[in-house]
Structure formats: C-alpha cells, structure tokens
Design a binder for this molecule. Structure first.
Ligand code: ZN
Ligand code: ZN
Length: 255
C-alpha cells in the first residue's frame, strides 16, 4: 500500500510544476478568451436574474401572508372586547378612527401590516397627517367583505346578525379580508361588495387583486386563518362561494 502512494505523490508534484511553467507568466487574454468570459457571465446573469426575481416574489408573498396572519391575531384579540362583532368598514361609519383598519392598529401597533409588499401602489395614508391632505393616498392593500359589516341592507339594514362571528355559518369558510387592487376606484375604499358581483368571477376580479401573488391572492377568513388561493377557488358558479356569511362555502339560495 505504502509503495503505491509514492508514484501518486510524484505525479502530483509533476503536475504542480507544470502549472508553474514560467512560459505562461504574464500572458495576456486573447480577444476570443475575453469574449468567452463575457458570454459565460451573460449566461450566468440570464440564469440568476429570473431566480433572484422569483426569490424576491416569494419573500414578498411570505411577508404578505405574515401581515395578514398578524391581522388575524389582532382580530382575535379584538373580538372578545367587542362582544364578537367584527370591526366596521368605511361603508357606513364616517370617522376613520372607527374603521377596521384603525381599530386593528390599536391591537398591533404596526402600520405597515396593512400593506402587501407586492402591491405596486406607492401612496398610502400616513395616519400622523390629516386625511384631507392625502386625497390621493390609499388606506390599505386590503379590503373587508362588506357583507360582514354591522349594517348591511341584505341582512335587514341596521342590525346585521352576521357582523357577529358567532352567527357566521362556518367562519373558517367565510372570507373577511381580501387583497384590494391598486386602482383609482380603490383609493379610499377599505371594503368590497360581493353582493354586486352577480355571480361573474370575471366581473368580480375587478375588485380583487386576484393576481398579486402569481395567479393567487391572500385571504383572511373570519376564524382568523389565512390562505393563498386562486380567485375562482373562492367564487365559482356553480361551485364554491366563500363570501356569503349565511351559506359559505356554498352559494346563497337567492341573489
Ligand atoms: Zn360600501
Ligand atoms: Zn399580498
């Protein structure tokens, strides 16, 4: 065994001295070699950039999911204080301090939680400044399901019983918060009206940022859990409908 090792070691030494061949010292790159190096670098960039883009998108997705989960936690902390009634949207209550967004802030302390990192919108409301000065800014990347507001005409106006999470047929199948698109009509809107979608997923998609996370969006359900779903998984006729509190995940009898 020992005798076998000697020739191996000798051949390694020979290779090392060949690599130190003085003739190769100071030799410049040829143009071809330079082009090859540039081509390899371009190829590596071509491979790496899409990967980096995907990694960034994945990180944004994780941050958005985490934000929504935090809101779910804040909601669970808030509900016992409010006799299990969900916080209202701007649809029926004027004072922004009474809207869900502000109410949950008191239970999280984090303003950025109301923004999805994949939301391309730039201007968001700064609550330390007067709202009148920020007419162009948006409240949030998210919007609540107005069917769960304290007041809704579909459920007898003043006292919507489905505003109380305990009255929702299946809270784990009923969406309370979804991702809202960055459009002009959504600047100051913090809620959506699924009863106006007329059973058409195509029409409904105007009011949801359904494609914010590679064909999916994130939804916070009334029980506080979060899911990333294709919009059609939540609103498909005939099939599933996760938006009506009295029937979710089924469609209600009459529109
Ligand atoms: Zn409204
Ligand atoms: Zn998001």
């Amino acid at each position: 065994m020992g005798r076998n090792l000697i020739p191996l070691r000798e051949s390694w030494e020979t290779t090392r001295s060949a690599a130190r061949c003085p003739g190769r010292h100071g030799r410049a790159f040829t143009l071809i070699e330079l082009l090859v190096v540039i081509a390899i670098m371009a190829l590596l960039m071509g491979i790496l950039l899409p990967v980096l883009g995907r990694v960034r998108k994945q990180a944004q997705k994780v941050a958005c999911l985490s934000n929504l989960r935090q809101m779910g936690v804040a909601l669970q902390a808030y509900l016992p204080d409010a006799e299990y009634r969900l916080p209202p949207s701007s649809c029926h209550t004027r004072d922004p301090n009474d809207h869900w967004l502000r109410i949950l802030t008191r239970y999280t302390r984090e303003q950025l939680l109301f923004r999805c990192p994949s939301d391309t919108g730039k201007q968001f409301v700064n609550w330390d400044r007067p709202l009148e000065e920020q007419k162009e800014a948006r409240y949030s990347s998210f919007a609540v399901n107005a069917l769960l507001d304290p007041i809704h005409f579909r459920y007898g106006g003043r006292s919507n019983r489905y505003n109380n999470v305990n009255n929702i047929r299946r809270p784990m199948a009923c969406i309370w918060l979804s991702e809202a698109p960055d459009t002009d009509s959504f600047r100051l809107a913090d809620h959506i009206h699924p009863e106006l979608w007329e059973g058409s997923p195509e029409y409904a998609k105007r009011f949801i940022a359904w494609d914010r996370h590679r064909g999916t969006a994130h939804y916070l359900f009334a029980d506080g859990h979060v899911e990333g779903l294709k919009f059609e998984q939540t609103y498909d006729w005939p099939g599933t409908c996760n938006w009506y509190p009295e029937t979710a995940p089924k469609w209600p009898e009459s529109p």
